[in-house]
Design a protein around this ligand. Structure first.
Ligand code: ADP
Length: 498
C-alpha cells in the first residue's frame, strides 16, 4: 500500500501559526508603509507649498517702492540659501527684466543640488517620473504686482535631507520590528504547538500501549494511566477518556477471566462427583445400585441444567433469542408460578402469600414465567422461616418513554368521539418479598451479574451457580422493563417493572 504523506501535529501547528503570523505581519508592514507614505507625502507637499509662499513673501520684502527696485545683494544671499534647500529662484521686475537668477549666480551649485535631490528620490526611495518643475508667483506690494518670482524644484515633490533621514529611519525601524516580531512569532508558535502536541502525543502513545498490552496473551497486563490534570478542557477530557477506556478494558478482561474460572469451577464440581461415583462403582467400593446411580444422575441433571442456563444466558446476551409476545394476565401467570412452589414452601414451613390483581400485559409468557420461577425459587431457597409475598400493583405516574406506545412519529390516533384511542399502557410492578437471609447492601449492585453469589462459600446446599438472576435480568431487559433488588428489614425484595 502506498504510504500516505503525514505531518506531525506539532509541526503542522507550528507551521500554521508561523505562516499565519508572518502573513499578518507582512500585511501589517505593507499597510503601515503605504499609510506612512501617503501621510508623509501630503505633509511634504504642504511643506513645499508653504516654503514657496515663504520665499515669495521674503523676496517681496526686498522691494523698495521708492527706487522701485529689489535689494539685489540681500536677494543673492537669500537666493543661495534657498538653493541649498532645493529651490532655484529667479526674480523679474514688473517689466519682465531679470533682477536676480540663481543659475546665473552659481550654475554649478544649482545643478549639484538638483542632482542630489534626484539621486535621493530615485535611488533611495525608488521614486520615478520626477522632473524639474517651475512655478511662477507674482510679487505684490500695496496691492500692486511689482515683479515675478519663478521657483524651480524637483517635482511633483521632494524630501529634504532631514525628511528623508526621518523617513529612512522609520522604514528601518519597521523592517527591524517585522524581523524581530517574525522571529518571536516563530519561537512562540514552536512553544505553543509543542505545549498542545505533547499531551496529544502522550495520549496517543498511552492508547498504543493499552492496545498493545491488551492484544492477546494471558500474562499480567500492566496498568497504564496518563496524567489527566490539564488546564485545557479538551486535553483533560481526552486523557480522562483514555484512562476510562483503559479501566473499562481491564474490567472487561477481569470479568472474562472470572467468567472462565467460574464456568470451570461450576463444571468441575458435578463432574468430580460423577467421576468419583463411577470410579467407586467400577472399583467395587460402591455397589451400582439405584441409590448410587441416582446420585450420579442428579449430578448429570445438575450439569445439564447448568449448560442449559449458560446457553439461555448467552443467547439472551447476544440478543439471539426471539421474544414471542402475546396478551395475557400477569396476575394469573404469577398465581400459576407460585403454585409450583407451594409444596417446597410447605416443606420448609414457610407461607406463600399472594396479593394479585388483574394485570394485562403484552409479553413473552414463557420467558416471564422463567423470570418469576427464578425469583420465587431464590425467595424460597433463601428463606427458612416466615413468608414469601408475591404482589402486583400499578406503578403510579406516566409510563417511561420506552414503555409508551409509538405512533410512527404521528400524534396518537383519535377514535370517533375525538377522545384518545389508546391510553398509555400501565406499568405493572411485581414484587417478590421474602423474610429470609437477605442480601448485604454491598452485594445488591452485583446480584444480577453472572455467577455472582453473596454466599461466597459456594455452599452447595443452596445449590445455584449464580446465573438465575442474570437470566431474569436479561429477559426483563429484553422486554424493556426494569428489575431491582432491595434489602428489606428482614429478607429481600425483588421488583420487576413491566
Ligand atoms: P443462585 O442460583 O446462586 O441462587 P442467582 O443468580 O439466582 O443464583 O442469585 C445470585 C445470588 O444472589 C445468590 O447466590 C444469593 O446469594 C443472592 N440471592 C438471590 N436471591 C436471594 C434472596 N431472595 N435472598 C437472599 N439472597 C438472594
Amino acid at each position: 500500500m502506498k504510504k500516505r504523506f503525514t505531518i506531525s501535529l506539532q509541526n503542522r501547528l507550528a507551521l500554521t501559526y508561523a505562516l499565519f503570523i508572518s502573513l499578518a505581519l507582512a500585511a501589517l508592514t505593507i499597510i503601515i508603509n503605504i499609510f506612512t507614505g501617503i501621510v508623509f507625502t501630503s505633509l511634504v507637499k504642504t511643506n513645499i507649498a508653504g516654503k514657496s509662499a515663504e520665499i515669495v513673501r521674503a523676496i517681496g520684502e526686498q522691494y523698495n517702492p521708492m527706487s522701485r527696485s529689489f535689494d539685489t545683494l540681500t536677494l543673492e544671499a537669500m537666493g543661495m540659501y534657498f538653493v541649498h534647500e532645493g529651490y532655484i529662484v529667479t526674480v523679474e521686475d514688473e517689466g519682465g527684466s531679470l533682477v536676480w537668477d540663481a543659475r546665473s549666480c552659481d550654475m554649478r551649485e544649482c545643478t549639484m543640488v538638483i542632482n542630489d535631490i534626484a539621486d535621493r528620490m530615485e535611488g533611495r526611495f525608488g521614486f520615478s517620473g520626477g522632473a524639474l518643475r517651475r512655478d511662477q508667483y507674482p510679487v505684490r506690494f500695496s496691492g500692486r504686482t511689482v515683479g515675478t518670482v519663478s521657483i524651480e524644484t524637483y517635482g511633483p515633490f521632494f524630501y529634504s535631507e532631514t525628511e528623508s533621514a526621518f523617513l529612512s529611519s522609520i522604514n528601518r525601524l519597521l523592517v527591524m520590528a517585522t524581523i524581530i516580531l517574525t522571529f518571536a512569532s516563530f519561537m512562540v508558535s514552536i512553544v505553543l504547538s509543542r505545549a498542545i502536541a505533547r499531551p496529544v502525543n502522550k495520549s496517543a502513545e498511552a492508547a498504543r500501549q493499552i492496545a498493545q498490552a491488551h492484544s492477546g496473551g494471558t500474562s499480567r497486563k500492566p496498568v497504564i494511566r496518563i496524567d489527566d490534570n490539564y488546564k485545557t478542557k479538551e486535553l483533560g477530557e481526552l486523557a480522562f477518556s483514555i484512562n476510562s477506556l483503559a479501566a473499562e478494558l481491564e474490567e472487561a478482561e477481569r470479568r472474562q477471566k472470572q467468567l472462565t474460572s467460574d464456568i470451570a469451577h461450576e463444571l468441575r464440581t458435578p463432574l468430580t462427583c460423577l467421576q468419583g461415583g463411577i470410579e467407586a462403582m467400577i472399583d467395587g467400593v460402591y455397589k451400582p445400585d439405584r441409590e448410587h446411580l441416582e446420585s450420579c444422575l442428579e449430578e448429570t441433571i445438575r450439569l445439564a441444567g447448568l449448560v442449559r442456563d449458560l446457553n439461555t444466558l448467552s443467547a439472551l446476551e447476544w440478543e439471539n433469542i426471539t421474544i414471542n409476545k402475546t396478551e395475557f394476565d400477569l396476575g394469573s401467570l404469577l398465581r400459576i408460578t407460585a403454585e409450583q412452589f407451594k409444596a417446597a414452601a410447605i416443606e420448609k414451613g414457610i407461607e406463600i402469600k399472594l396479593d394479585l390483581m388483574e394485570s394485562p400485559v403484552h409479553a413473552d409468557y414463557d420467558r416471564l414465567k422463567q423470570v418469576f420461577i427464578n425469583l420465587l425459587s431464590n425467595a424460597v431457597k433463601y428463606t427458612d422461616r416466615g413468608s414469601v409475598t408475591v404482589s402486583i400493583k400499578e406503578k403510579g405516574g406516566k409510563s417511561p418513554p420506552w414503555l409508551q406506545p409509538t405512533y410512527g412519529g404521528l400524534p396518537p390516533p383519535l377514535s370517533a368521539g375525538d377522545t384518545p384511542a389508546t391510553p398509555p399502557p400501565p406499568i405493572w410492578e411485581v414484587s417478590i418479598a421474602d423474610t429470609g437471609i437477605g442480601i448485604p447492601e454491598t452485594d445488591l449492585p452485583h446480584v444480577f451479574e453472572r455467577f455472582y453469589r453473596s454466599d461466597k462459600s459456594r455452599n452447595r446446599s443452596t445449590g445455584g451457580a449464580g446465573i438465575g438472576l442474570a437470566i431474569a435480568a436479561a429477559i426483563v431487559h429484553a422486554h424493556s422493563g426494569d428489575i431491582q433488588a432491595e434489602s428489606a428489614e428482614t429478607g429481600s425484595v425483588f421488583k420487576v417493572a413491566l
